[in-house]
Design a protein around this ligand. Structure first.
Ligand code: UD1
Ligand code: UDP
Length: 354
């Protein structure tokens, strides 16, 4: 029996191919949602659009400090795991849901599989870096998306036999949904946009949006990019960013701040953008997969493959560097090979576990 634990927007999107694989093979499995994300646009919309079954469990932990959230998830996950005793627990990525799910399972001596293992920003001030390191070191199956992520694990002394390079399930999700999104989502029309004639922005990373200087510089840089290139700047805004901007008294004139979008609409907006500007992990990957140049609003990245293939450039949160990065990437030739796999990661992961 496989227990699939998820809790946030990217985990729903990246676990979807694995859930689908379990369904199509009629494998004994269940999905446990921690409730870390709970707003309709951050949660339910993805279950509807990706046609995923309602999770068997929802812990409804909601938001809180790191320890509160992690502790609540651990206690809730432990109860379910003691009751169901699955053979393996799967977690995906680097959120508090992953840390808590992996810890609760490993202490019950239940095997843990970490999907998207081995990513490293080498920046321990990021909560995600702590979560990934701990999850990797207590996992029994490490599903690394690339050879580079495998190398990171081997350098930390993790035994090679536990590590499997499968590609990233985001490729599966993009391939499985791009055509559907073309047919179903008329988001460009609705927003009055023309293909390749707008910028797409997302930002939600704590180190950017919880810091008034960095968030202020990002907004200034985005305004500059929109004005100089005379193109709309579309910013589907994560609730964390909206909340912090309101707290700091920032306005979004010159930027089209909209509600977060469902995956099908977002994919369309992403595939047709002139550039993506983002601090999101998933968006760095998707831009690379979709052939859209990316300006990464970070000082470092745990997705260095995107920089290596020249699909992305790191500019941090400085308005002048954001502008220079955008100008440079607009001249990009879009000629790179996606380093994140061939869209069979979900199948490979289930093959290995089977
Ligand atoms: C979390 C992850 C981050 C991941 C991101 C994906 C951790 C430490 N962080 O960040 O790694 O990249 O999810 O989006 O696990 N909120 C809502 N509705 C929601 C969810 C959140 O309004 O459904 C607001 C609340 O004000 C909350 C804030 O967003 O306090 C932050 O939510 P939280 O889950 O703590 O972290 P994220 O920033 O979403
Ligand atoms: N995404 C979405 N709607 C949006 C913004 C993002 O569906 O309005 C998707 C995006 O396609 C990607 C994922 O959310 O697959 C990325 O999630 P997020 O940026 O919240 O987290 P991260 O990847 O940084 O952990």
């Amino acid at each position: 029996m496989i227990a699939i634990i998820l809790g946030t927007r990217p985990e729903i999107i990246k676990m979807a191919p694995i859930i689908r694989e379990c369904q199509s093979r009629s494998l004994d499995h269940f999905v446990l949602h921690t409730g870390q994300h709970y707003s309709y646009q951050m949660d339910q919309v993805f279950f509807e659009e990706l046609e995923l079954p309602t999770p068997e469990y929802n812990l409804d932990v909601g938001s809180g400090t790191h320890a509160e959230q992690t502790g609540k998830i651990m206690a809730g996950v432990e109860k379910v795991l003691m009751d169901r005793r699955p053979d393996v627990v799967l977690v995906q990525g680097d959120t508090n849901t992953v840390l808590a799910g992996a810890l609760a399972a490993s202490k019950l001596h239940i095997k843990v599989g970490h999907v998207e293992a081995g990513l490293r920003s080498n920046d321990r001030s990021m909560p995600e870096e702590i979560n990934r390191i701990v999850a990797d070191h207590i996992s029994d199956y490490l599903f690394a998306p690339t050879e580079n992520s495998k190398d990171n694990l081997l350098k930390e002394g993790i035994s090679e036999e536990k590590v499997h390079v499968t590609g990233n399930t985001i490729v599966d999700s993009v391939y499985q949904n791009l055509e559907i999104s073309k047919k179903k989502a008329n988001v460009l029309e609705k927003l009055g946009l023309k293909p390749k004639e707008y910028f797409l922005v997302t930002a939600h990373r704590a180190e950017n949006v919880d810091n008034p200087e960095r968030l202020g510089e990002i907004i200034k840089g985005l305004r500059l990019v929109g004005k100089e290139f005379s193109l709309p700047v579309m910013f589907p805004m994560h609730p964390r960013t909206r909340k912090m901007a309101a707290e700091f008294g920032f306005e979004f004139d010159g930027i089209r701040a909209i509600e977060p979008l469902g995956f099908l609409k977002f994919l369309q907006l992403e595939a047709n953008a002139r550039l993506a500007l983002t601090d999101s992990g998933g968006v760095q990957e998707e831009a690379c997969i979709l052939g859209v140049p990316c300006v990464t609003l970070r000082e470092n990245t745990e997705r260095p493959e995107t920089v290596a293939v020249n699909s992305s450039i790191l500019v941090g949160a400085n308005s002048a560097r954001i502008f220079d990065g955008a100008e440079l990437m607009m001249g990009n030739d879009h000629q790179w090979t996606n380093p994140f796999g061939d869209g069979t990661a979900g199948r490979q992961i289930i093959n290995i576990l089977s």
